[in-house]
Design a protein around this ligand. Structure first.
Ligand SMILES: *Cc1c(COP(=O)(O)O)cnc(C)c1O
Length: 359
């Protein structure tokens, strides 16, 4: 067993129990006498795993029956196109909140399909704060509203669901399953798996039935939600191995007590790290307190010149992948579901020691 804690933003740490389980059944999966990677996606063994994964995800997120759950490929980035393709439904305008790096990418893609109304723009404060919702400029005639509930790079997270009249599309790649959410408030929720679900190569899409089946003409058939929904996400060969691993992660989450338990654990982990940062003059986090992410916590050193020393020493102490995104600088600790409280405690204790030595 590794003694290291991996703070990577994605592909990210998986629960050790899940990795061990996968290792145990890697060569022969259930009764198939072959690896789960080697069997047909249409065979009984894989179909059972696939359906169980969906059932557990539905239970964890309390997904209403009038939503489809799709297990796709192409990452969250493919959804940047699939959302406008499917949600415009004859309309020519969409609302987007610009609250970070991933919002910017989603907006750029949407502009290829429609007029984008930016309801609110956090670029002026380097994505460290969100304008009060009452001051947003929401276009009531737009076909849908898109936002990124948790911005993975700057560490900016909404603590509410914007109250708009049109369907909401949400890029939940780095926050899905970290806390309880009310799925019925959304039109589409999507997430690349590699943050909080499983290995890369899988994208989960949760979409309300009435938003399926009205694609923009002339777009790839594979990008029509109906194509995948009508074929149980098996129109073409799905990402079978990541799908199976995601199923094991969902089982693990249920064993932890589901999302109400994860929410408490994640809140406590984030509080531990933010209070260590706030109680020191040596470390700082620039994000407005109300909108601080529970999952991705960037922090700066008072003396940026110490950064390489910090990274070298933390790695030697078994604290991996703490380098911040180049657009923010400093460090970033991603503390998704698989990161235990002990990992955050180990990081805080390392930070205190480092400050004693170099502060
Ligand atoms: C990582 C990430 C993405 C990009 O996901 P891909 O699967 O690489 O396309 C998009 N949005 C958010 C919020 C992310 O964290």
């Amino acid at each position: 067993m590794t003694q290291a804690y991996n703070f990577s933003a994605g592909p990210a740490m998986l629960p050790q129990e899940v990795l061990l389980r996968i290792q145990e059944e890697l060569i022969e999966y259930e009764n198939s006498k072959a690896s789960v990677m080697e069997i047909s996606h249409r065979g009984v063994d894989f179909m059972e795993a696939a359906q169980k994964a969906e059932k557990d995800l539905r239970e964890l997120l309390k997904i209403p029956d009038h939503y489809k759950v799709l297990f796709l490929q192409g990452g969250a980035s493919a959804q940047f196109s699939m959302v406008p393709i499917n949600l415009l439904r004859g309309g020519s305008k969409a609302n987007y909140a610009n609250t970070g790096h991933w919002s910017v990418k989603a907006i750029a893609e949407a502009k290829r399909y429609c007029d984008v109304n930016i309801c609110t723009d956090s670029s002026g404060n380097n994505f460290t704060d969100i304008e009060d919702f009452h001051d947003w400029k929401v276009d009531e005639d737009a076909a849908y509203f898109h936002y990124t509930p948790n911005e993975t790079i700057a560490g900016l997270e909404f603590d509410y669901i914007p109250d708009v009249s049109m369907p909401i599309a949400a890029d939940m790649s780095s926050t899905i399953l970290s806390r309880e959410i009310d799925v019925s408030k959304y039109g589409v929720i999507y997430a690349g798996a590699q943050k909080n679900i499983g290995p890369s190569g899988l994208t989960i899409v949760i979409v309300r039935d009435d938003l399926i089946g009205h694609p923009v003409n002339g777009q790839p058939k594979l990008f029509d939600y109906a194509t995948q929904a009508n074929n149980d996400s098996m129109f073409n060969t799905p990402a079978t191995f990541p799908w199976y691993v995601a199923g094991r992660v969902f089982e693990w989450l249920k064993e932890q007590g589901g999302l109400s338990a994860m929410q408490k654990i994640n809140k406590a982990k984030a509080e531990t790290l933010y209070s260590a940062i706030d109680n020191s003059d040596f470390y700082s986090n620039p994000v407005s307190i109300k909108y601080r992410s529970w999952m991705n916590i960037p922090f700066l050193l008072a003396d940026e010149k110490l950064k390489s020393k910090f990274l070298e020493r933390s790695k030697d102490s078994g604290l991996l992948a703490l380098k911040g995104h180049r657009s923010v600088g400093g460090m970033r600790a991603s503390i998704y579901n698989a990161m235990p409280q002990e990992g955050v405690d180990a990081l805080v204790s390392f930070m205190n020691d480092f400050e004693k030595d170099f502060g």
